[in-house]
Design a protein around this ligand. Structure first.
Ligand code: UTP
Length: 295
């Protein structure tokens, strides 16, 4: 029997302390990446993978997020009066994208806790979790591959990327076994932010997950872990270790990913994306070359 349609959950209730003071009154998911807030790229990625029902987990400073996905009648009327249809389309794009819902996390007790807040909205649908500080290039359809893998196996699917072993302490790390596909591995264990010596591999967990609602029961009993937070990684470790269940598989991503959760990577992401664009690249690229020559 075909399963129920996928929903998407976007946790955006973290404190964003690495970007203070920019995130004092605004969630980091609203920081602009060229000319769109980071979260809009993520919502567009979900809709491009065919998901029309999106739940955003919000914390303090929720207004900026919900306003962004609402219509703004006075701005729209103003642009209409001026006949500026190009800008009007940009304003309307974010309010026409999908069926977007919001739920509050209350206290930022960790990613696992944020995902658990989605339980009643998700119900018995399979769902994708997308983190707003990991942007995946729209030319690399990672989420579509992950949804197909979930359909095939019924397992929890995570996205993995090989990183420099010196950087693995910034991520969740996976112990893996090969499968018959070079792009898919079986995940036999997961550790949140291990030291380089303790890491089971240099396969880092990046911010895309496809899960079935069974994960909620596990999250309910997951105790605070690394950093005193309820970690999604710990719940997935339990699923990976369960010999009765469908297990956890990793889709190995080798495409273009822009990490916007860290300040230097955020700046790199903006430069890369802008240099690639037809409207900005022709002016930016020669300037970048001249600028680089002065360094
Ligand atoms: P991060 O650890 O990257 O976000 O969480 P943070 O805590 O806001 O970042 P810093 O370190 O203080 O700068 C990964 C994702 O999980 C969400 C965040 O919004 C981010 O998208 N998150 C994290 C929640 O929604 N709730 C939480 O309690 C924690």
């Amino acid at each position: 029997m075909p399963h129920k349609p996928f929903k998407a959950v976007i946790p955006a209730a973290g404190l964003g302390t690495r970007f203070l003071p920019a995130t004092k009154a605004m969630p980091k998911e609203m920081l602009p990446v060229v000319d769109k807030p980071a979260i809009q790229y993520v919502v567009e990625e979900a809709t491009q993978a065919g998901i029309g029902d999106i739940l955003i987990i919000i914390g303090r400073n929720k207004n900026a997020l919900s306003n962004h996905f609402d219509s703004v009648p006075e701005l729209e009327t103003n642009l209409e009066r001026k006949g500026d249809h190009a800008k009007l389309a940009k304003v309307q794009q974010s309010s026409d994208l999908a069926d977007i819902h919001f739920v509050r996390q209350g206290e930022p007790k960790g990613l696992g806790h944020a995902v658990l807040r989605a339980r009643s909205h998700v119900g018995d649908h399979p769902f994708a979790v997308l983190l707003g500080d990991d942007l995946i290039d729209e030319r690399d359809p990672l989420l579509t591959t992950m949804l197909a893998e979930h359909d095939r196996t019924g397992a929890a699917i995570i996205a993995l990327m090989e990183v420099d072993p010196d950087h693995i302490h910034l991520y969740g790390a996976a112990a893996v076994e090969a499968t018959e596909s070079v792009d898919v591995v079986k995940v036999t264990g997961l550790v949140e932010k291990p030291s380089a010596e303790d890491a089971p591999s240099n396969y880092a967990v990046i911010g895309r997950y496809v899960l079935s609602p069974a994960v909620f029961d596990v999250l309910e009993r997951t105790e605070p872990g690394k950093g005193g937070e309820i970690q999604l990684t710990d719940a997935l470790q339990e699923l990976a270790a369960d010999p009765e269940g469908p297990g956890v598989y990793g889709v190995v991503f080798r495409g273009r990913r822009y990490d916007t959760g860290d300040r230097v990577d955020y700046i790199k992401a903006i430069v890369q994306l802008a240099a690639d664009r037809d409207d900005l690249g022709p002016e930016l690229r020669p300037w970048l070359k001249d600028f680089a020559a002065t360094l």
